[in-house]
Design a protein around this ligand. Structure first.
Ligand code: ACO
Length: 321
């Protein structure tokens, strides 16, 4: 039994924050942001929106695209770094919003690699015939952990949600998954506030993202290059066998480096970072949904999804769409 993507969905909050607007908030310029990151604008959740409400909109779209109803879903995994609450999990909140009852539902926390981790886990459920239609969501409200006075981070991130339905199938589907982490990089990218460390001790600045940007950049480029090689070697494939690269959307320069490693022209790479910014766990499923809906990614195409994020964590999924 294989796991096949049968539907995709996405949701972006209505409010758009442009680089020009950021120029009025911090000491930055549109030119600096575009040349260093490729980002032109990002979406920001409204006060009454939460990660689970964004997730619901994307999930409903993915379920409809798979020609299913919520009642058909028998596993829910939500990848998020910005859950609505400490608990219940965002997956349980989503389950309630979808009026589904009884199937397993849980969150995965691997920061920007969260969706790739969640897909790999869902695939195992399907291959072992413990689920038939898994709803896999990446959803984030990163604006809530962004320090809007820190120009080094606030220009990078955005809010959104992407979702897929993975269904049992006789044909692949997901061909292979590759997951990694190395906690020794824990201090390069973090939100240092935590429950167990004590709410009472949290200083306001600790509740926001801290990043050593250029160090993250260097490790990301090298690591993503290695995971591309690992995926190709594991499947005895050539670079030319891949039709589409759907990368984590952090920075166009990182994406360009990975495309170069694959010898791919940018016409074969899905780029949404210009319009979405970095939406962490939501970025890969949002990019996939965009390219499926505009007709670029066609049934049977070999696609490589990859991501890199805090932890550090990194991973890849190779699939026949
Ligand atoms: N506007 C203007 N100047 C700025 C801004 C800004 N928004 N931000 C930083 N600068 C300045 C810095 O202060 C520095 O000035 P200085 O030389 O006077 O000290 C200068 O620009 C260069 O700063 P660097 O950090 O060296 O710039 P760099 O070229 O590395 O670009 C960036 C910064 C865009 C953050 C890049 O390092 C990057 O993209 N890193 C990777 C981020 C990433 O991929 N994260 C992925 C995971 S995200 C997750 O897991 C949640």
């Amino acid at each position: 039994m294989y796991a096949r993507i049968t539907g995709t969905g996405g949701y972006l909050p209505e409010k758009v924050l442009t680089n020009k607007e950021l120029e009025k908030m911090v000491d930055t310029t549109d030119d600096w942001i575009v040349s260093r990151t490729g980002i032109r604008e990002r979406h920001i959740a409204a006060d009454n929106e939460t990660t689970s409400s964004l997730a619901e909109a994307a999930a409903r779209e993915a379920i409809a695209a798979a020609n299913l109803t919520p009642a058909d879903i028998d596993l829910i995994i939500v990848a998020t770094t910005t859950p609505d609450q400490v608990f219940p999990s965002t997956a349980c909140l989503l389950q309630d919003r979808l009026d589904i009852h009884g199937c397993p539902a849980f969150d995965v926390q691997a920061v920007c690699t969260g969706f790739v981790y969640a897909m790999a886990i869902a695939e195992k459920f399907i291959r072992t015939e413990t689920a038939r239609h898994a709803l896999v969501v990446g959803a984030e409200t990163l604006s809530r952990i962004t320090d809007w006075s820190d120009r080094g981070t606030c220009v990078l991130f955005g809010d959104g949600a992407g979702a897929i339905v993975l269904s049992a199938s006789d044909e692949p589907g997901i061909i292979s998954t590759h997951l990694h982490a190395d906690g020794k990089f824990k201090d390069l990218l973090k939100v240092p506030a935590g429950i167990s460390q004590g709410y009472d001790k949290v200083r306001k600045s600790e509740a926001f993202m801290h990043m050593k940007g250029s160090d993250v950049f260097k490790v990301a480029v090298n690591t993503l290059g290695r995971i591309v090689d690992e995926t190709l070697e594991a499947n005895k494939l050539q670079k030319t066998d891949i039709q589409w690269l759907v990368p984590h959307q952090a920075n166009t320069r990182i994406i360009l480096a990975t495309a170069k490693k694959l010898g791919m022209s940018m016409d074969q790479v899905v780029v949404t970072v210009d319009k979405h910014g970095n939406t962490s766990a939501a970025s890969v499923p949002l990019a996939l949904d965009v390219a499926v809906r505009d007709g670029r990614i066609q049934r049977g195409d070999k696609i490589l999804l990859e991501a890199f994020g805090g932890g550090f964590t990194w991973g890849a999924v190779l699939a026949n769409y």
